[in-house]
Write a protein that binds this ligand. Sequence first.
Ligand code: PLP
Length: 455
Amino acid sequence: MSVKSPNSWEARAEANSFYGFTDLPSVHERGTVVLTHGKGPYIFDTNGKSYLDGNSGLWNMVAGFDHPGLIATAQAQYAKFPGYHSFFGRMSDQTVMLSEKLVEVSPFARGKVFYTNSGSEANDTMVKMLWFLGRHEGHPERRKIITRVNAYHGVTAVSASMTGKPYNSVFGLPLPGFIHVGCPHYWRFGQAGETEAQFTARLARELEETIIKEGPDTIAGFFAEPVMGAGGVIPPSKGYFQAVHKVLKKYGIPLISDEVICGFGRTGNTWGCQTYDFMPDAIISSKNLTAGFFPMGAVILGPELTDRLQAASEAIEEFPHGFTASGHPVGCAIALKAIDVVMNEGLAENVHKLTPLFEGGLKRLAENPNIGEWRGKGLMGALEAVKDKATKTPFDGSLSVSERIANACTDHGLICRPLGQAIVLCPPFIMTEAHMDEMFDKLEKALKKVFKEVA
Ligand SMILES: *Cc1c(COP(=O)(O)O)cnc(C)c1O
C-alpha cells in the first residue's frame, strides 16, 4: 500500500533502523507508520493521517499525547536541573519527593523505592535483591524464580527468562532456575467439566507441587501481573491470588506484584493488587508511572523486604547496584505530576466512568460468531478470535487473523494490538464517550471485513 521511494519515510525507516517486536514481512509489504506528533488520544503520521490509539502507545500514555501539565512540568524541570544520578549519597530533590509519594500511594504502611529506567530493569533489580537477600541470610541456594506461562516481565536476560512466552527460545532462554507454572486463564485452560473454583485450586496445587519438587529452600520469589498484559489481557481466575498467596506464605516465598501495566488506575484502582485484594511483598512499577513521558521504572518494597534489604546492605556497607539515570530528576518530576494528574485531575474517575461503556463495547463485539470470549478489567480488554465458538477452536495460525484485524483497524485509523489470536485494547484514561464509540465502530468494521475473508 505504501509507495516506497528511496527518500520516503518508510524506506528511510527500514534502511537504518533495526526493528524489535515487529513482523518484518508485514512491514515490508505495508510500510512503517512513521509518526510525527499526537493530540489527545490521537497520533499522526508523516502523511497527515490520524489514528485513535486504542492501546495508549504501549499501555503507558494514559494521559494522551499532548498533556499540557506534563509537558510544562518536563520543561520546567529541564530548565532547573536536567539530569543527575542517585549514587554516592546524592540524589535530586525530585527523587526524594517521588519516593515519599510512591510509598504514600502504595498499599504498604511503609516502604522504600529503588529506581530504574524500565520495567525490565525493575524486575531484574528485584531478582538481584532477592538473590542478595538469600546469600546474606545464609540461604545462597535460594535463587529460583517462579512466574507463569504467558507472563510478560520484560526483555533483559533475567526478565525475559521470567517471561513465559515461547519466542524467548530463540535466545536459548529461559536461564536455568526460572520456572513457569500454569496460566490462570479459565476459558482457555479449564478442563472439561472443571468449575472455575476447581481450576483455581488445581493451579494452587500445581504451584505447591512445583515448590516441593524444586525444594522450598531454593525458591527466591514468585512474580505475577495482577492482570496479564502482553500475554493477551488475562484476568486471573476467581480466587486465584488468595489461593496462590496461601501456598507462598506457607513456604515463606515473597509475592511480587508486577504492576507495570496495572499500576496507577488501569484496573479501576490505584493498584491491581487492590483490585484483586492481595497484599504483595513488593511492587514493580513502570509504564503508567510517568504516563509514558519518560522512561522510568521503580521497585517499591513493602515493610518486611525494606527491613531485610536495609540490614543486608548495612552489613556490607552498600547495595552494589544502580543505573546511571536511576532517579533522574526530570523523570521523577514527571512521575510526580503524572500521579497527580491520574489520581487528582479526574483520570481515575474517568476510568470508572468509561469502564461500563468499554465492557459494553467488548460484550457487543463478542456476540460475533468468530469471537470466542471477551475479557478484561477496568480499561484493559481483549477479544479472542476463534474459528468455532462452541469448541473454542482457534483459526489456523497461517491465516494471521488477529494481525489482519489490526491492519484493517490501522487502515480505518485505529491502533489496536494483535496478541496471539486476540485483539487487545488498552485505551488512554482521557478518552471520551465519543472516542469509545469511534474505537468500537472502527474495530467492528475491521472484524466484519476480516471474518468475511477467512470464513
Ligand atoms: C512492559 C512490561 C514490562 C517491561 O517494561 P519495559 O519498560 O518494556 O522494560 C514488565 N512487566 C510488565 C507487566 C510489562 O507490561
